[in-house]
Design a protein around this ligand. Sequence first.
Ligand code: SF4
Ligand code: SF4
Length: 498
Amino acid sequence: MSRTPDFITVSPHDSVVNSLALDPTDPGNAAPEYRDLRPSRFNVQTTTQDGWLLLWNTYTGNMNAFRPEQRPRVLDLLAQEGVAGQVAGKFGQYLEDRGFLIPSDADEVRRVRYEFGKENYRTDILELILLPSEDCNFRCTYCYEDFRRGTMKPEVRDSVKKLVESRIKNINELTVGWFGGEPLYGLKAIEDLAPFLAEICEREGVDYFSHMTTNAYLLTDEVFEKLLSWKITDYQITLDGLPEHHNQHRPRRDGEGTFDVIFQNLASMSRREEDFSTVIRVNFDQTNVEGFDEFLKLLESEFKDDDRFTISFHAVGRWGGDNDANLDVCGKNEAHSVRMRFKAAARALGLKVTSGWQPGAGVGSQVCYAVRPYNFIVGAHGDLMKCTIDLDKKDRNMVGKLLPDGTLDLNLDKMSKWTEPAFESDTGCQSCHMLPACQGVHCPQIRMDHDKAPCPSIRRTAKEEMADYFQAKQASADGTEPLGRKDEPVGWISKASE
Ligand code: SF4
Ligand code: SF4
């Protein structure tokens, strides 16, 4: 006699009869094996002079180089009309894994919306940009700051400690940037706060990252040793060309030159054994590029083949200082070609240079820190700000006050202006291939001031930068097997390995 299954105590899905019926080997129940694919509209592609196809996806951050003989196959698969999954084969599978092909029904703007929310509403992270001194011992010609305040008051330092103490149990990551004015002008505040921050993170198992933007005039060996012991391991230091040019751009507040002291301090950093990283920022305008070849040789003499030092070229801009009208700034195109020329020259000398583009430049990588609700500048008097260019010059940037008990008294209207997902109301951004990386908020300040999309320069220069990066990689390969193994179906750079 057959027994009726007892569906009161056993779900029909779990009954022996039904589980047999739902056997996945039964062709009727098998999941569809193939999906239709189409190219992601966040792909950027270019072909090098020797025929390699370079692909970058601004969402996944993946970049690949395909050999000239692979290029036609890849281009076929990336044709706008899309491709049926079953004909895509292993190339297609690979391209899908890397994000260059996506399911044909994917909504890519919705994916970006999800990523924006996921990052912006994190509660497991705190980022502070501390101003130990709002005053500075230099008076650079292009500076936009007004030096209205001095060093960070002891009561503000106490409030910073209380803020961190109150958050430390709930965060996994604390990032602290030391900025100014000139932060080392406020060494007392750093001596008070930096060891405290390093220790509390160590004790509580919180990841701690600390960096400093300094003119390095006061960065003696003794001071540097202290900073390293407090885990400040990442630096940005500016040198603006040969001594005669640099000293014109970056004099002390009494008018004296600063090149020799900074260069000496950098050189003694390079003689140390510890691990740290320093970007040597080189600002250029019409007045100082002429001597750059000689200047690069000077850098070569100290920093060649030292991976801890990276050279970064930046065009001087009219950043809002009193002297803006007198600056001999370069035009956009000129600045770009100067930058590319000196990057190549520096590389040829064995110096490491920053790349405007790198593998891994994916979702959120071009978003300004001011957009993040967990990122605050803390001024010397406890003012909370968002943008390091606006600082206290614009009321919109004074988003609140750090209270004595360590709580943040925030103006929600100002906060929400800085942190909004601006791409939502910008149809140009929504149809832009850079949307994942930039999210329409590369620079909210530009959007507020000029009511236009603040596109990062990489939007314009991506193809050239990709080719430049690829060329540098090729040059640094050992020459026997340029890049990637010949038996690999595709590939060269993967995000994970970079
Ligand atoms: S908002 Fe713009 S100017 Fe201000 S910190 Fe961000 S990128 Fe810089
Ligand atoms: S700001 Fe410019 S680069 Fe960024 S998403 Fe909008 S249009 Fe694209």
